[in-house]
Ligand binder design. Structure first.
Ligand code: SF4
Ligand code: SF4
Length: 304
């Protein structure tokens, strides 16, 4: 599901951040044919299409005038270029679908899921960012006995969590930091509602797996992980933690969406950056981080 209230620089799903539809451009697939320029209604985005009488083949002959890059300042995401592109170098990211349409679509795979023990995972982006749509889907899933998972960052109003939790079979709950200042610095949002919502879900006894992405320079030091481990161990029922190794597979996606990739430059929050290098918390290897969290008697699973 598209749309997310956080702005994490390490995000590996940048196509899910914006709630609206987007156009991506994959330069490696482009053959410079100019078909996108011919159909694009935005003249400033079309070096070739200013002359609309030109056919696609003549546009191809003028390949030195082809500009396959998207003018994102003027693009209306009409999708014309996606239809016209012969190599799928232009793609539409995002599709509108009703809960009924979605359920009808997944129903076709029911025999497979019945055999594998699978179900439906609502992920993103942030599924709670489209609350009415999500709740309608979860209610229909309950009626039709689909197992449901909500994969969330937890940043949502408390009353929404209270409404969604009883309709959810399992939460996958992202937790990056517990310190409010650091969380605001890196994600742009307070961690307080995230922690409060996690406590609510815990008190309702809804199965929850916490997912911690281990991000260099953000939360891979002893002190930070210690604080996270302490918080999780203070919960009554939730004790399963998935520690996720950091990767940068989202880098190429940023380029395709015309965005700047920030995933290689998470920086320490100001109160840490002001200190000398020797005073910054000791960074831990992935294995050491697992060991540290295990000390809190958590069920720590690597990856997943
Ligand atoms: S989606 Fe954007 S770039 Fe593509 S044809 Fe429409 S306005 Fe032009
Ligand atoms: S239509 Fe596709 S392949 Fe042709 S120039 Fe545009 S992006 Fe490249």
């Amino acid at each position: 599901m598209k749309g997310c209230p956080l702005n994490c620089p390490w995000c590996h799903n940048p196509e899910s951040k914006s709630p609206g539809r987007q156009i991506s451009y994959i330069a490696e697939y482009c053959i410079n044919c100019g078909a996108c320029n011919v159909v694009c209604p935005i003249t400033s985005a079309a070096n070739v299409t200013t002359d609309r009488s030109k056919s696609r083949s003549s546009a191809a002959r003028d390949s030195d005038k082809v500009n396959p890059e998207i003018d994102r300042n003027h693009c209306t995401v009409c999708g014309n270029c996606v239809e016209a592109c012969p190599t799928a170098a232009r793609r539409l990211i995002g599709e509108e679908i009703t809960p009924g349409q979605l359920l009808a679509r997944v129903e076709r795979d029911r025999p497979f899921h019945d055999q594998s023990g699978g179900g439906i995972t609502f992920s993103g982006g942030e599924p709670l960012f489209q609350p009415r749509w999500l709740i309608e889907c979860l209610m229909r899933c309950r009626q039709t006995q689909w197992h449901t998972v909500v994969d969330t960052c937890g940043f949502a109003p408390a009353d929404l969590i209270a409404e969604v939790a009883p309709l959810t079979d399992l939460f996958l709950y992202d937790l990056k930091l517990v310190d409010d200042g650091a969380h605001r610095h890196f994600t742009g949002r307070s961690v307080k509602p995230i922690l409060a919502n996690l406590r609510t879900i815990d008190s309702l006894d809804i199965p929850t797996w916490i997912r911690i992405p281990l991000i260099p320079g953000v939360n891979d030091d002893r002190e930070t992980l210690d604080t996270i481990g302490r918080f999780i161990s203070s919960l009554s029922r939730v004790n399963r933690v998935h520690l996720l190794p950091y990767h940068q597979i989202g880098s190429h996606k940023h380029q395709r969406l015309g965005q700047t990739d920030q995933s290689d430059q998470p920086v320490a929050p100001p109160d840490v950056a002001d200190k000398g290098p020797g005073e910054v918390g000791q960074r831990l290897s992935f294995e050491s981080a697992v060991k540290l969290l295990n000390q809190f008697e958590l069920d720590v699973i690597e990856g997943g």
